[in-house]
Write a protein that binds this ligand. Structure first.
Ligand code: DAH
Length: 339
């Protein structure tokens, strides 16, 4: 019997298989319930007493050998199979998901909207292709008015009444036409001007327009609102209003914030004055209210408008406006932390 066991021992040692059905056949042949090892154990009782120890040992070894063989072969084909599927090894850690970042223009726009929404302003939007009425005439800029030249306009060739809006002030007209006071609205959007592209200006850029209409709105309300805004956005609490001219507001002003003169950059960007111009504003001209269907005897209001690029350039010290539109990932990636 020992010889038989030795022969099987040899057979088990030599056995190789890379297919599951072959391994299964092998398993049934040796360690199945009607397999070789079972029947050898059944024959064990007939073994002469003096051989029982040696035969018993050899039998146990054969059983362990066959069991281990089946286990290792099965494991190896399982590994192979999972590694060969189109998904590769399903137990491996997932590849990291690349996170994008918001565009700095969106970041600043969202900040501005958020600051005004805290004091009750609602976002409104208007079309980028605008008609003459909403972009100019209703805003107190009648045809042939010299102030139209302040904003070089892209006209739609086939229809001279249509143009690419030169400012978001067009949205205030639309909003007033469709809403009753009290009005508090903020209108972010893209605007277009036929200007040469340089480090300071571009033919496409973004503005935010603000409008507040109610009974008894005063210039003091305007100043306090803008002071709140500059404190929240820049952390600067000193502003000044310089008299200026816009056809749609009377009186009109330019808003400067006191930026300070702490660094060399402060000197450069404020031209040594410490002051920076950040927006235009004023009390809505009664003519504009009338054009948009609001009774100027009953209501007054203020408006303001600012360029988002300019504010983003100040906040993040971006030296060239063209960087916003180049889509250079190395530039855009830097804003991951500030969304
Ligand atoms: N629309 C002006 C521009 O594009 C900005 C502006 C100034 C808007 C004064 C206003 C305002 O609402 O009151 O230059």
């Amino acid at each position: 019997m020992l010889d038989t066991i030795k022969k099987y021992h040899e057979e088990v040692t030599q056995f190789k298989a890379s297919k599951a059905d072959k391994i299964e056949k092998f398993r049934i042949k040796f360690i199945g319930s009607k397999g070789i090892i079972k029947s050898l154990f059944a024959d064990f009782k007939d073994v002469a007493n003096d051989q029982k120890k040696a035969v018993g040992q050899a039998l146990n070894e054969l059983k362990n050998l066959a069991t281990d063989k089946v286990a290792t072969l099965t494991e190896s084909i399982e590994n192979q199979e999972s590694g060969n599927t189109i998904y590769g090894d399903l137990t491996r850690p997932a590849a990291p998901v690349e996170l994008g970042s918001r565009h700095p223009i969106s970041i600043v726009k969202n900040k501005i909207v958020e600051i005004f929404s805290r004091i009750g302003y609602i976002v409104s939007e208007g079309p980028e292709i605008e008609d003459d009425w909403h972009n100019f005439s209703a805003l107190n800029l009648p045809e042939h008015h010299p102030a139209r030249d302040m904003q070089d306009t892209f006209f739609i060739e086939k229809n001279p009444d249509l143009l690419l809006r030169t400012h978001t002030s067009s949205v205030q007209v639309r909003y007033m036409e469709n809403h009753e006071p009290p009005i508090r609205t903020i209108s972010p959007g893209r605007v277009f001007r036929n200007e040469d592209i340089s480090a300071r200006s571009h033919c496409i850029f973004h503005q935010v327009e603000g409008l507040y209409i109610d009974t008894d709105v005063s210039f003091a309300d305007l100043k306090q609102t803008l002071l709140y805004f500059t404190k929240e956005l820049f952390g600067k609490s000193k502003i000044r209003l310089r008299p200026s001219f816009f056809p749609f507001t009377e009186p009109s002003a330019e808003v400067d914030i006191y930026w300070g003169l702490e660094t060399e950059t402060d000197y450069r960007i404020t031209k040594g004055t410490g002051w920076l111009e950040i927006m235009g504003c004023g009390m809505v001209d009664p003519n504009v209210l009338k054009n948009a269907g609001i009774d100027p005897k009953k209501y007054t209001g203020f408006a303001f408008g600012m360029g988002i690029e300019r504010i983003a350039m100040l906040l993040y010290q971006i030296p060239d406006i063209r960087m916003f539109y180049e889509n250079d990932v190395k530039f855009l990636e830097q804003f991951k932390a500030v969304q």
